[in-house]
Design a protein around this ligand. Sequence first.
Ligand SMILES: Cc1cc2nc3c(=O)[nH]c(=O)nc-3n(C[C@H](O)[C@H](O)[C@H](O)COP(=O)(O)O)c2cc1C
Length: 177
Amino acid sequence: MGVTASIAIHRALDITSELRKRGHRVTVVMTPNSQRMITPLTFQAMSLETVYHDPWAVGPSRDHDHIRMAQEGELFLVAPATASTIGKLAHGILDNLVATTAFAFEGPRLIAPAMNWRMWGKPIVQENLKRLEGDGWDVIPPAEGDLACGEQGPGRLAPVDEILRRVRDALPAPPPA
Ligand SMILES: Cc1cc2nc3c(=O)[nH]c(=O)nc-3n(C[C@H](O)[C@H](O)[C@H](O)COP(=O)(O)O)c2cc1C
């Protein structure tokens, strides 16, 4: 799961925790800016898995993290997705681990945008999402309602239950017992 610097980031903790409770293994990848909002440690505590964020990290693993995760993962979800990350993914700007992992991933890819209604209404954001859909991404549209900035409108991250339903529907069926 790719996590980006939207104010809805706290819901990514709920998504991580719910997916884990349902028996999924969740590997969280964070953008640099998202870590200014919630630390990798919190996602590690929720997922009980290593959290990845530094493409340049030198550690015990000699793999390229973005390629290994792209090969091992069954589904890639970006939630919440900022306007900036949507733009990067739509144009192949791969300057962080969320973008490089998403780009290398070949299975089902879901993206749940979250932003202020003014940003959501920008043609460039809508064009970028259309580009992503054209590239095979499944967009989970935001809801309408109270926004973190105190305004009302479209741009609220889709409800967690809706995101979980879309993940369940997109996951490959388990092999027969
Ligand atoms: C408090 C705060 C809340 C923000 N919320 C959002 C948001 O909900 N959606 C969005 O697109 N950008 C939001 N931004 C702007 C992004 O954080 C900014 O564009 C950042 O560069 C995105 O980085 P990332 O997509 O690489 O994580 C917010 C910024 C701040 C400081």
